[in-house]
Design a protein. Structure first.
Length: 159
């Protein structure tokens, strides 16, 4: 069994490919088997860095261009032709366009989720410092109702 996984959150903006395999470690007795009899599972993690990360690995650069770049489909098509000598037919171009829209949507949702979590944590800190709900709402641009909800959650956890 082989499993491949694309990871869009490459650590330190570096791309890489890591393979994980099983290793034989006898616990009792000295029974050993041939590797091909037990090493039936492999996992390959592909860490995709930001587009145009200038890596030596052509595959990682291509994946970054396709999945991480925020360019629109026409720009991605031009990059594929220029840097990878890949000329898409009409059907493939439609697929890239769909994929671009999906990847941009995922990126935007992730960014919005991160911003919301940061604002929530900031509101918690402000409330724990004793600031009023109104001041926290002004300082974070969160609605007063949301800050009141966060305050209620804090008070419930302290009980």
């Amino acid at each position: 069994m082989k499993a491949n996984r694309l990871c869009m959150d490459a650590p330190d903006d570096r791309g890489g490919i890591t393979r994980y395999r099983m290793q034989e470690e006898p616990e009792y007795g000295n029974i050993l088997d041939e590797k091909e009899n037990y090493d039936l599972q492999q996992i390959v993690m592909v860490y995709v860095a930001h587009a145009r990360a200038d890596m030596e690995n052509h595959l990682l650069n291509l994946l970054g261009e396709l999945f991480v770049s925020e360019d629109d489909a026409s720009r991605k098509k031009a990059e594929l032709i220029e840097h990878y000598d890949i000329d898409l037919n009409e059907n493939e171009e439609r697929l890239v366009s769909t994929m671009c829209n999906l990847s941009v949507g995922v990126y935007v949702r992730g960014r919005e989720s991160g911003i919301a979590e940061t604002l929530r944590k900031t509101a918690v800190r402000f409330l724990n410092m004793g600031l009023s709900v109104e001041d926290v709402a002004k300082g974070t641009d969160l609605p007063v109702e949301k800050v009141e909800e966060i305050k209620k959650e804090i008070e419930e956890k302290k009980v």
